[in-house]
Write a new protein. Structure first.
Length: 481
């Protein structure tokens, strides 16, 4: 086995006299300028005598004003000890080791540079024979700092999203396992992926033992076949009614209801089991609807937006203490900055039957507001006269807080307002259009300035006090861009 070690040894030019003997001082200065982003001619005590720069980033730290001043004054406080070390090493060595120092930037260039309040530069000092002083060669590492900043930002966003998902899972599991209604999560073939304690008690088994079994296997052959047929139909999108089956070895009848959902490209089912108490299989007054275990807010209204049913998550978002505070009221009382948003949603539903990820705000009972994404669809229960509107309201975060238009959709700000002409007074349309445009401009200014309120006010041409008033009016006080 070859145990030889290859070491990197500094290699010097062997033909320097032949190559450099014909260089004049201008060519030598150009050579130094090409070798670094910035070149400083320093006295022995660190005073800048002359300088040159080829990188425009050095303009952000006022490089042109350094002549005649100590280099020590052009760095941040924590970097001064590094400059002292460079000057000390240069007094005894022909060239020093490279050291990174930070230079404070012009506050007006901070947002443009996107690396914080200081420009990181790697400096090394060279002392030439016969030169009364030192030559400092500097290289900007701003690109590296930007990459690091993006990595840190991405990591923080990932951690934030993980906490959100973790909290949602905790809420789901708390609701799933604490309800008295038997619930099971099935795959498209009827295999039980998870069951709560109420379902395990109903079938007289341990919840962990139910996982992996099929729903059909828990019932008698005839009932199992009926459930298998219902699972197959629901998994392929066919509407199904509740299936009544009997518990094995008992005369007790249960109603087996299936609700499909998609996860990672696969269809799964929520199975809700209600114990029949009479021939009409009416649920008890304490029965919990399956939407109460969902992490999204779900609201059912009539065609005019009058609320018929809400789930627990909507009560949390709207800060209501009970569902009775919402029943019979119009959803426009919470959704949107005015009635226009609700009119736009209902008009789009009337034309297309569905709305996806409509961006708006949700006003709470306590006066605060949230950015939300609303999806909605029409469903007929007993004919067109009994049509209901089902809304799914998701709290928007980060870049999701905007309107996302499906390909081929006719949804656009122009078409939305055009459809409201004749239905909403012109004065109200103009006022809400003006508010919407103002809000969009403020959000764009905050994104461009990295959420710097002072810079955003300058871009918009308003005072800082006026901007804060507008932020409160549009519910953007906690806007993160």
């Amino acid at each position: 086995m070859d145990k030889s070690v290859v070491r990197d040894v500094p290699q010097k030019l062997s033909r320097e006299l032949e190559v450099f003997s014909g260089l004049d001082t201008r060519a030598f200065a150009d050579l130094l300028g090409a070798a670094a982003d910035a070149v400083l001619l320093l006295s022995k005590d660190g005073i800048v005598l002359d300088l040159a720069a080829s990188n425009a980033e050095f303009g952000a730290i006022g490089l042109a004003d350094w002549v005649g001043k100590p280099l020590m004054e052009a760095v941040t406080s924590e970097s001064r000890v590094k400059i002292e070390g460079l000057l000390s090493d240069a007094a005894t060595r022909a060239h020093t080791e490279a050291r990174q120092v930070n230079h404070p930037m012009d506050p007006e260039r901070v947002v443009e540079m996107g690396i914080g309040s200081a420009l990181p530069v790697v400096w090394r000092l060279v002392t030439l024979p016969g030169l009364e002083g030192h030559i400092a060669l500097g290289t900007s590492i701003a690109d590296t700092a930007r990459t690091q900043q993006r990595l840190v930002t991405a990591q923080l966003e990932l951690e934030s999203e993980y906490r959100i998902l973790s909290n949602q899972e905790t809420r789901f599991r708390a609701a799933f396992h604490s309800t008295d209604i038997p619930l099971m999560i099935l795959d498209r073939h009827g295999c039980i992926e998870e069951a709560n304690g109420a379902a395990a008690k109903l079938f007289g088994r341990n919840a962990s033992k139910l996982a992996g079994a099929t729903a059909q296997s828990l019932l008698e052959a005839q009932d199992g076949a009926a459930i298998a047929s219902a699972i197959s139909a629901t998994s392929t999108g066919q509407p199904t009614n509740s299936t009544k089956v009997s518990l094995p070895h008992t005369d007790q009848e249960i109603s087996f209801s299936l609700s499909p959902f998609r996860e990672q490209g696969a269809v799964h089912l929520v199975a809700t089991l209600n114990i029949s108490t009479n021939d009409n299989d009416q649920p008890s007054a304490t029965s919990v609807h399956v939407t109460d275990v969902l992490p999204e807010a779900v609201v059912t209204t009539d065609r005019d937006g009058v609320i018929r049913q809400v789930n627990e998550r909507f009560l949390d978002l709207a800060q209501l203490t009970a569902s009775t505070g919402a029943h019979g009221r119009n959803l426009s009382g919470w959704l949107g900055t005015s009635n226009v948003d609700m009119s736009v949603l209902l008009t789009q539903l009337s034309d297309d039957g569905v709305v996806r990820r409509f961006s708006t705000t949700l006003r709470t009972e306590l006066g605060s507001s949230l950015n939300v994404l609303v999806s909605a669809a029409l469903s007929a229960t007993n004919g067109n006269d009994a049509q209901s509107v089902h809304f799914v309201i998701l709290e928007a975060r980060g870049t999701d807080s905007r309107l996302i238009v499906e390909p081929g959709s006719a949804m656009s700000p122009q078409s939305d307002f055009a459809q409201l002409v004749g239905r909403v007074p012109l004065k109200e349309l103009v006022r809400d259009a003006s508010d919407a445009i103002e809000k969009m401009c403020i959000e764009a200014a905050l994104r461009q300035t990295g959420n710097n309120r002072a810079s955003a006010a300058d871009i918009l041409g308003v005072s800082r006090q006026s901007l804060y008033i507008k932020l409160r009016r549009h519910g953007l006080e906690s806007f993160k861009g």
